[in-house]
Design a protein around this ligand. Structure first.
Ligand code: ADP
Length: 331
């Protein structure tokens, strides 16, 4: 049977849309199929598809249309809506408070809540997200100069400064170099990702300031331990975001209370409630408390984020609080 416009549409609709599973025409992925002479043309909206899927879909459309009698040439034009992707920065006044641990687990918890989330590790001093997410040694490739995020087994794609340099090489970068490397990570091919969590380097110096000024996160989450000193540092982190006019979503208290590995009871070697009290004093929302738990450290070291384990994790309420904040901002 010779091809006509109807047959063109039917053929397109018999190809399934990678996201919705419906036909390409029904799901409005393919539009304006036209036949002029022996030339078929179609517009494909590839919004939300990653580079691989886009290529595969375009190939399939070509192949199926070329198989129609009377079609010798196929033109496919690709369009994409610019997805509104938001960045949430995770910062801390100093290192070692569990900022990277929190970022990785928050991402996994968000994914489990159905959010399309990606991870960017900007911690030039100690990029640890590849280890935390079992992605060590995975090198991202670039397609047409755009980095392709690395997939992880936890459903959260990621990119890390640590993946851009040889393992073990000191990342003694100064501001501008770190800034342009971070640009490559943020502007990578994130596909359908709607929320990027950005693990900032610890501290409140120029490197952090220029990163947040350049990438303008929608908000910032601050991680602190209950100790006074860490809290003073956290206050500095709050000032840093205020200086850059980035709204602070809230503060998370990490290593709050010690869970005894033997009896399961919680004690408070560093005091408790310090972060919450200081959040109140500073008029900043308190997002939650993660206990000091050897299980968290062991699972993290083994590249198994505790938030990915069965059952509710302490990271889930923090993920929900973050989503509430984002949804309110959207409204
Ligand atoms: P930062 O990114 O702030 O430098 P990390 O996330 O690398 O800190 O955490 C520092 C160390 O503390 C890691 O060994 C990590 O496994 C451990 N850690 C973080 N949070 C907890 C916690 N709630 N309980 C037990 N260990 C933790």
């Amino acid at each position: 049977m010779m091809a006509d416009q109807t047959r063109l549409s039917e053929t397109l609709d018999s190809i399934s849309d990678p996201l919705s599973g419906g036909g390409l025409v029904t799901s409005r992925r393919a539009a304006a199929p036209r036949l002029s002479g022996n030339k078929a043309s179609v517009i494909l909206d590839v919004t939300g598809l990653d580079a691989d899927t886009r290529q595969r879909l375009e190939g399939e459309v070509r192949e199926r249309l070329l198989a129609l009698e009377g079609v010798d040439e196929v033109r496919v034009a690709l369009t994409a809506e610019k997805l509104e992707r938001r960045i949430i920065a995770v910062g801390s006044g100093k290192g070692g408070v569990g900022k990277s641990t929190l970022t990785a687990n928050l991402a996994v918890a968000l994914h489990r809540l159905g959010v399309k989330v990606g991870l960017v590790d900007a911690d030039i001093y100690g990029p640890s997200l590849p280890r935390l997410m079992s992605a060590e040694g995975k090198r991202p490739v670039a397609i047409e100069k755009q980095l392709q995020p690395v997939e992880t087994e936890f459903g959260v794609p990621m990119l890390s400064m640590g993946q851009l340099v040889e393992p073990g090489r000191a990342l003694a970068w100064r501001g501008p170099m770190a800034g342009s490397a971070l640009g490559q990570l943020v502007d990578a091919d994130w596909g359908a990702v709607e929320l990027l969590l950005l693990d900032l380097p610890p501290g409140t110096g120029d490197v952090q300031l220029s990163m947040i000024q350049k990438h303008r996160p929608a908000g910032a989450v601050i991680v602190s331990t209950p100790q006074d000193l860490a809290l003073m540092d956290a206050t500095r982190a709050i000032d840093l975001f205020r200086q850059a006019a980035v709204p602070v979503v809230g503060i998370v208290e990490n290593m709050a209370g010690y869970v005894c590995p033997h009896c399961g009871e919680t004690s408070d070697p560093f005091g408790t409630g310090g972060a919450q009290a200081s959040a109140e004093a500073l008029d900043i929302p308190f997002l939650g408390r993660i206990p000091l738990d050897i299980g968290i450290r062991l699972a993290s070291d083994a590249g198994r984020p505790p938030a990915a384990a069965d059952g509710e994790s302490p990271f889930e309420p923090v993920a929900r609080a973050l989503m509430d904040w984002l949804n309110k901002r959207n409204a």
